[in-house]
Write a protein that binds this ligand. Structure first.
Ligand SMILES: Nc1ncnc2c(CN3C[C@H](CCSCCOCCO)[C@@H](O)C3)c[nH]c12
Length: 229
């Protein structure tokens, strides 16, 4: 691995990560801030994309194409679908989909467009490292499907649609676009999320209350994985 990208969507998702680093170099590029550090001999670029699939695609592409990152880790929060996932629990994505991608009018399945695929798989190698770290730390991390869409989901109807259509375990707004970019550019990627809410009618209140604490849970685990890379 030449250079590691660590990405979040919101500033609150990368703030707990930046606390681990010193001598951070800031580069402003394409309406985004990129923080470069050398951590224990490893060159790392950290950035938050801003919310949603388009911003996330731009930042992931920039970290790879402009900054030369050849591995990408995402740390952030998510809404729970699987009832086993409680606030503060973590999920590692083994595959991701776009729940709001819809040309079903032409007979295609939800989440599919021609020459694309409904699901994109994350790096098995990176997931194996994460599993070993979770074992060492004595923490339980669920592996599952994450559904991504350009909406903050705060209704059981929408949540149920996503669950029934994709058998997703959690949902957010950036992971699947990072997956498509990394897959296309042949960069191994890993998506880690800690639950901040349950994507139902209370989602907005829970999100506000648990964003910071859940982002820190994800960040603290991610750094242990970085130490193992
Ligand atoms: N239920 C849910 N539905 C969809 N995504 C999520 C996520 C994951 N992240 C959090 C953030 C939510 C966007 S709105 C933030 C409020 O902004 C406040 C500033 O105005 C976006 O980057 C996706 C947690 N719970 C979710």
């Amino acid at each position: 691995m030449k250079k590691l990208a660590i990405m979040g969507a919101m500033v609150e998702e990368i703030e707990p990560l930046l606390e681990y680093f010193e001598n951070v170099k800031l580069t402003e590029y394409a309406n985004n801030k990129y923080y470069e550090v050398n951590y224990k001999g490893l060159d790392i670029v950290i950035a938050y994309s801003k919310i949603g699939k388009v911003f996330a695609s731009l930042t992931a592409s920039t970290m790879i194409e402009k900054f030369g990152c050849d591995t990408l880790l995402f740390s952030g929060v998510a809404g729970a679908i699987n009832p086993k996932l409680k606030i503060g629990d973590m999920i590692v994505a083994n595959k991701l989909c776009q729940h709001d991608l819809d040309i079903t009018a032409f007979g295609h399945p939800h989440g599919y467009v021609p020459e694309g695929s409904v699901f994109v798989e994350s790096s098995k190698e990176l997931r194996e490292v994460a599993k070993a770290v979770a074992k060492e730390m004595g923490i339980e991390v669920i592996e599952g499907t994450i559904a991504t869409g350009d909406q903050f989901v705060h209704s059981s109807e929408k949540k149920d649609f996503i669950e029934k259509t994709f058998q997703a375990d959690a949902l957010e707004m950036e992971g699947a676009s990072v997956a498509v970019v990394c897959n296309a550019l042949n960069v191994p990627f890993f998506i880690l999320r800690a639950i901040s809410d349950s994507a139902d009618m209370d989602a907005g209140f829970d999100f506000d209350e648990f964003l910071k604490s859940s982002a820190k849970i994800s960040a603290d685990y991610l750094i242990k994985i970085v130490d193992k890379l």
